[in-house]
Design a protein around this ligand. Structure first.
Ligand SMILES: Nc1ncnc2c1ncn2[C@@H]1O[C@H](COP(=O)(O)OP(=O)(O)OP(=O)(O)O)[C@@H](O)[C@H]1O
Ligand SMILES: [Mg+2]
Length: 350
């Protein structure tokens, strides 16, 4: 177990710096004490195939690479190296991190190598944790500490993590949902399921294919989810058009989707999220559940922005549920703050 690097002020200022890195399935963020959030980009990297032998060069990373997903020319390949919060493609992940760290590096002369505090899902296996550490070291980190994503998110959401009171945070990312109960600077409960925003997008794709015979791209599905997505059905109807390919004749076709369609489409994965929270409440010691009943539950991660999610969870659980400020940046801000100020106990890091 390694705590984040101790600080030796003069030496640190000259030669060292530390970065908090949230290497997410959908987005990568980097935070530094001095600069705040210095990088916030989609976790996508595009490679140009250079020779017949299959050599590859990074052609684009982040936002630029995301625009190539599903529409790259034949000699370019756009890849999402992370799935469910862990590395699915090691060499792509390593190259992506290297590019991002270069983009974020504040002082090129002295600070080539940084100490990283990296967020990982609670459900990551030892092999997956080692892979993330190795990719970070290969990308230039001289030291890597891992911190659970829900702990980091709780700190970033401003929950009273060091106090002797239970706080619950639900972080819904692109690839995972993490449920954590925090007390006295450590995790009293943590659970992780491999269901998140990507699952909602895929559920929308299959719903529209089954009901309307139109195949949407995943990015189109995500766009509709962000536009009119709702976790409940009892809301005034809203519509949005989405264009895909007809499964009958392969030609482009536009369908009009409603927020009620989206609520129906995502009901399956949403039930899995609700199930994970119920399991967490059942397993958490009674005193901590009493604290949570008083303080409510905080939602973080991009999935927290799904329309009416707080209301749906409140209905299902009978507890107050609210969305954190800036839910997409809670994990990285929290990891940075925890590492700098020692807000968490030793067991929070590995
Ligand atoms: N307004 C919105 N409504 C619904 N979902 C949204 C909204 N904004 C963002 N999202 C979803 O949030 C997800 C990205 O969230 P986030 O950046 O927290 O994930 P991540 O940290 O990269 O993933 P993970 O933590 O699972 O590795 C995407 O699936 C995105 O579609
Ligand atoms: Mg995340």
């Amino acid at each position: 177990m390694a705590r984040p690097t101790p600080h030796y002020p003069l030496f640190d200022r000259l030669f060292r710096h530390s970065m908090a890195v949230d290497l997410g399935t959908a987005n990568t963020l980097i935070y530094t004490d001095n600069g705040g959030i210095v990088l916030n980009e989609p976790s996508v990297v595009a490679f140009q195939k250079e020779s017949a032998a299959g050599q590859k060069r990074v052609a684009a990373v982040g936002t630029e690479a995301r625009q190539l997903l599903g529409r790259a020319p034949s000699n370019v390949e756009a890849v999402r190296p992370m799935r469910h919060g862990v590395i699915a493609n090691f060499s792509a992940a390593e190259q992506m991190i290297r590019q991002f760290v270069d983009m974020a590096r504040p002082r090129p002369l002295f600070s080539r190598r940084a100490a990283f505090t990296l967020c990982v899902p609670a459900g990551a296996t030892q092999v997956e944790r080692r892979a993330i550490k190795e990719a970070a070291v290969a990308a230039g980190a001289w030291k890597v500490s891992l911190i659970g994503e829900s702990l980091a998110s709780a700190v970033g959401a401003g929950l009273p993590v060091s106090e002797a009171t239970g706080s619950m945070v639900i972080d819904i990312g692109g690839g995972t949902t993490e449920v954590g109960v925090i007390s006295l600077g450590g995790l009293a409960y943590s659970g992780s399921i491999r269901v998140g925003g990507d699952s909602f997008d895929m559920a929308i794709v299959s719903y529209v294919r089954n009901l309307y015979g139109v195949l949407l791209g995943e990015q189109t599905a995500e766009h509709v989810k962000k536009g009119i997505g709702s976790a409940v059905r009892d809301v005034p109807v809203e519509h949005m058009n989405a264009t895909g390919r007809s499964v009958d004749d392969g030609l482009p076709r536009t369908v009009q989707l409603s927020n009620h369609d989206i609520a129906d489409a995502i009901e399956g994965p949403l039930r899995q999220v609700i199930g994970a929270v119920k399991r967490a409440l059942e397993t958490t010691p009674a005193e901590l559940v009493t604290d949570i009943a008083h303080s409510g539950i905080v939602l973080t991660g991009g999935g927290a922005l799904l329309g009416n999610l707080g209301r749906r969870l409140t209905n299902e659980l009978g507890l107050d549920v609210h969305v954190a400020n800036e839910p997409l940046t809670c994990a990285v801000r929290g990891a940075g703050a925890a590492a700098a100020a020692g807000l968490l106990n030793d067991s929070a890091y590995e």
